[in-house]
Write a new protein. Structure first.
Lengths: 174, 154, 663
């Protein structure tokens, strides 16, 4: 065994070197991807009730693909993400539903956030973050891309970008 | 407590500063019996650096403890509750790796280590012994007896 | 002269002196010239002074709030209390490397003092050279990658502050220093091993190396126990060991050094096991480097990791270099080490080897368990966790075997067991059985009963050995038993000290078994004035207050506790649970109040409170038995080690080649 010491040292070194160059060591893969999205229905935040009704969520059947965005008013990346999502929704609202889920937040703070960024895509309120856990979220913001057949196609951790959004759009509308 | 009231409002300020702070909702959390913590200790908190769901004060960990408490009340077994989280987060959430596939090797590591080291030790001993016997062949029985007696006396 | 400038210059000076010392040591080794060796020896003091100046400059910068130094700006604040400022050098990455390097120069200097005494001309150059090489690494990392004295172009008026987790408890002042003293201390045995292998003198190094290893081991043990205590008092989860990767990284060198301390005795006594001892020491030192690599690279997720920076690759290169040097040399000489001799299992040396086998296996398991998530991710892309439930289950049986061996080993005579030893063994096994039965009779779990039995077994072993020693001495020297005991204690430090250490370990095992099995946690929200009845306690929430302190806000919830049954024995009193709010932290930090008693520890944590009206507070109670004895055990182990090491003047370690038969 000792004779092969260079091999052991190189194996250990290789393992660590690989570990060091991983772009995001903390990122945890989602087990939901490729499986049906869990259904839920939650109270809609006040500004959207008129248009979307008292409750909204992921039902058994979907009218169009859903971009499920989990956010909170206290999260900093959500602030740069909000205008991006808004403009995306303005352009593509006939093709996809951008659905915000406000988690672990206070309702007043969430409403202030919505007013500040003038968000028109609907958001539901989930004080405890229960739906986040149902989807297996690891923090905010996080976005789940759900096809019209209610299958989770992708999960995006952290802030979205325009190019990423376009990529996901092509995934739901090939 | 009236005099204190102002204090807490002042205290709420540093809480919300920096906006990074996750606001603590001003509603009391549910009461947790000991079993909740026993199960939560075996589950990993998804947002923390390696803390368990029993220790962490992050929002997700708190919600996990609530879910555990609710499911216990519904009469679910600890194994079923853990399975609930595995379905949502994968095996990663279990601090105890499942004894199958690649993680089976971790469970075998004590045996493997014992066998490897034990084999090395045995081989070393066998060599040293045969070498000693080869050397002893050149020494008379009488000499060995004398030396052994001397060693015993020390 | 500003502190930043002074520190930077001193740092470069330390690097230059280390390089110079290395060059001189290499010359001394190659040319066999004593003048170079003497020059290298004197350079050790120069590098120590340069490192001390640099460290002093960092303290100076922190104490004078010089925020033009980026380390101070990022990790200190002018409002910090004095003691926090004093310990800030080791609160973050760059400063901790500086402390590490300073201690390394201190050890190198101490080794320099041994030159010409126990370190002969053949080994001294390579031993000093190895230590200088380690120094070169640390100073080069600081000068080129993680400079503690980087300048801030526009100094802020106030610093960002120190990590609250660290300034929340005074233990943080001690624990890292002890840990580094232990980690760095293991570089000396490594240097001795390298020197022995280079000089091809395989036997003589062991005597003094055992002594150095014991020094490092003592510090490492103290560090591990203070770390546990800190974790227990601060983190608010009622535990003391979470099997976090970084905690494991401190345990691995400890286990390997322990294995070495035991097999070294076999080499001292019988000249056997030379290759294994080289391997244990190399791996123990490599494990300390592995630990620093883990904490500073972020390669594996850990609670304790420093912010990951560019130093990871450097530490990885250093780790591989240490392994390559030690294992490469060992592979080269292992063919030459020809050992002749026989070890019977039923003898002291047999038990020592078996002990080393278990320590080695334990270290192997901890290494595999720590690295496996990374390996699985590489092989399959999946993420897994290997945590406390796994390690607890695996270490329990290994621990039982080690406790069994710990009792019987010292009782067995060298070479071969005789009738007397078997008689002692019978007594010990009876104690084991009785202890277990008592435990089971009290309705305790099987594991805890076994722990009681093992404690009784080890206690019996120690009492029998001391009694036998006293009897022999009083008969042979004509002393009264009391005098004979005193003589035994005073003259046979190594033997008596090891009894203390072993007793401490048995006590620690008992405490761990109890506290891990019977920890009780409960959480409840109380209205002010409400009374909570639970497990033998009655807890009344007295009120809620808030207080502004120098560098933090605190919310306080005083409680009145009264014992209502035997389960709550000793818990009576008024306690002030608190949550501390630090400006640089996103969530409040709970500071538990712990009521220590001889049996149960009562642990109260304020989890949440009514921020608007101050009418309710959520409390967590953790009741854990026997934790108090863990700290006693830690103290005993460290004291026992110090007792063995305390210079008695009468002997040098190198004269212990042939210990007395009773030893």
């Amino acid at each position: 065994m000792l004779r092969f010491w260079p091999i052991w040292v190189l194996l250990l070194g290789g393992l660590f070197l690989w570990g060091l160059q991983r772009p995001s060591p903390e990122a945890l893969g989602s087990v939901r991807v490729g499986k049906p999205a869990p259904t839920f229905s939650l109270p809609v935040l006040a500004p959207y009730r008129e248009r979307f009704g008292p409750e909204l969520g992921v039902g058994e059947t979907l009218e169009k693909p859903v971009f499920l965005n989990i956010w909170a008013s206290w999260c900093i990346p959500c602030r740069t993400e909000a205008p991006l999502l808004e403009s995306f929704y303005q352009r593509y609202q006939d093709r996809v539903l951008v659905l915000g889920v406000n988690v672990q937040d206070q309702e007043e703070a969430a409403l202030r956030f919505i007013a500040q960024y003038g968000l028109t895509f609907p958001s539901v309120y989930d004080a405890r973050g229960r739906i986040g856990i149902e989807y297996g979220y690891t923090g905010v913001p996080e976005t789940f891309i759900i096809s019209k057949e209610r299958k989770v196609l992708a999960r995006h951790i952290g802030e979205l970008s325009e190019s990423k959004l376009q990529e996901y759009l092509r995934q739901v509308w090939p | 407590m009236r005099g204190v009231r102002g204090w807490f409002l002042a205290l709420a300020l540093p809480l919300s500063f920096g906006a990074l702070a996750q606001p603590v909702p001003n509603t009391p959390p549910p009461d947790f019996p000991p079993q909740v913590f026993e199960i939560a200790r075996e589950l990993r908190c998804p947002v923390c650096q390696g803390e368990s769901a029993a220790e962490s004060n992050a929002g997700i960990a708190l919600e996990m403890r609530r879910i555990i408490a609710e499911q216990l009340e519904q009469g679910k077994s600890p194994a079923e509750i853990k399975q609930f989280f595995v379905e949502r987060y994968g095996d990663w959430i279990l601090f105890e790796p499942p004894a199958r596939g690649l993680t089976l090797w971790v469970w075998l590591s004590p045996l493997l280590g014992l066998l490897l080291l034990g084999y090395g030790l045995w081989r070393h001993q066998a060599r040293a012994k045969s070498l000693a016997q080869a050397q002893a062949a050149g020494v008379s029985e009488e000499e060995i007896a004398r030396l052994e007696a001397e060693l015993d006396r020390r | 002269m500003t502190p930043g400038l002074l520190g930077g210059i001193a740092l470069v000076g330390a690097l230059v002196f280390s390089l110079l010392g290395l060059a001189l040591a290499v010359l001394a080794h190659a040319l066999r010239d004593g003048r170079y060796l003497e020059a290298a020896r004197r350079t050790t003091l120069l590098s120590l002074l340069a490192a001390a100046t640099s460290f002093g400059a960092l303290e100076w910068a922190i104490l004078t709030d010089d925020f033009s130094v980026s380390y101070v700006a990022n990790h200190s604040a002018s409002v910090n209390p004095l003691w926090v400022k004093l310990v800030t050098p080791w609160a973050a990455l760059e400063g901790s490397i500086l402390l590490w390097a300073l201690l390394q120069t201190l050890y190198t200097w101490l080794v320099g003092l041994r030159v010409g005494r126990s370190l002969d001309f053949w080994r001294a150059p390579s031993a000093l050279g190895t230590l200088f090489l380690v120094q070169v690494f640390f100073f080069a990392v600081m000068v080129f990658v993680a400079h503690p004295f980087d300048k801030v172009p526009n100094p802020p008026a106030e610093g960002l502050g120190t990590n609250p987790l660290l300034q929340n408890h005074w233990m943080m002042a001690v624990h890292p220093v002890l840990m580094y003293l232990g980690f760095v201390g293991l570089s000396v045995p490594f240097a001795y091993a390298v020197a022995a292998m280079l000089a091809r003198r395989y036997q003589s190094w062991i005597f003094e190396t055992r002594w150095w290893t014991l020094v490092a081991w003592g510090f490492l043990t103290a560090a591990i126990f203070t770390g546990k205590w800190w974790s227990y008092e601060i983190l608010g989860w009622g535990g003391y060991w979470a099997w976090d990767p970084v905690e494991n990284a401190s345990l691995i060198p400890w286990l390997l050094a322990t294995a070495f301390l035991h097999t070294a005795q076999v080499q001292e006594r019988k000249g056997l096991f030379k290759g294994w001892n080289f391997a244990f020491i190399t791996l123990a030192f490599a494990a300390t480097v592995f630990g620093t690599f883990l904490t500073r690279s972020g390669v594996i997720q850990s609670v304790h990791a420093f912010a990951s920076g560019p130093v990871g690759v450097w530490f990885l290169a250093f780790l591989l270099g240490v392994l390559a040097l030690g294992l490469g040399l060992l592979a080269r000489v292992s063919g030459e080490i020809r050992e002749a001799g026989e070890v019977r299992w039923k003898s002291r040396e047999g038990a020592l080897l078996a002990g080393a086998l278990f320590f080695g296996t334990f270290a192997f398991v901890v290494v595999v368990g720590t690295l496996w998530p990374l390996a699985v991710e590489l092989l399959s892309g999946a993420k897994v966790s290997v945590g406390a439930p796994f390690f607890n289950q695996v270490s329990a049986p290994l621990g039982v075997f080690m406790l069994l061996l710990m009792g019987i080993g010292p009782v067995l005579p060298w070479r071969q067991a005789r009738g007397e030893a078997l008689k002692n063994l019978t007594a010990m096994l009876i104690a084991l059985g009785v202890g277990m039965l008592i435990g089971l009779g009290l309705g305790l779990s099987l594991g805890v009963s076994l722990a009681i039995g093992l404690f009784a077994y080890n206690l019996t072993a120690i009492v029998l050995m001391v009694a036998q020693g006293v009897k022999e001495r009083s008969r042979a020297l004509g002393l009264s038993p009391a005098q004979a005991l005193l003589e035994l204690v005073a003259r046979h430090r190594r033997r008596f000290g090891s009894h203390i250490v072993h007793f401490g370990v048995a006590l620690a095992a008992l405490s761990i078994a109890f506290s891990q099995t019977y920890r009780y946690t409960e959480q409840k929200t109380l209205q002010v004035g409400e009374v909570w009845q639970t497990r033998g306690l009655e807890v009344r929430l007295l009120g809620l207050t808030a207080r502004e302190e120098a560098n933090r806000f605190a919310a306080l919830a005083p409680i009145q506790v009264r014992a209502t049954s035997r389960d709550g024995w000793g818990s009576d009193g008024r306690y002030e649970t608190r949550l501390n709010f630090y400006p640089q932290m996103s969530s409040p930090l709970a500071t538990p109040v712990v009521r220590y008693t001889l049996y149960n520890d009562y642990y109260f944590v304020l989890m949440q409170f009514d921020q608007e009206k101050g009418q309710w507070a959520t409390l967590k109670i953790i009741i854990t038995p026997m934790v108090f004895w863990l700290w006693v055990a830690g103290g005993l182990i460290v004291l026992g080690t110090a007792y063995i090491l305390w210079p008695s003047g009468a002997r040098l370690p190198s004269r212990q080649a042939v210990p007395s038969a009773s030893d």
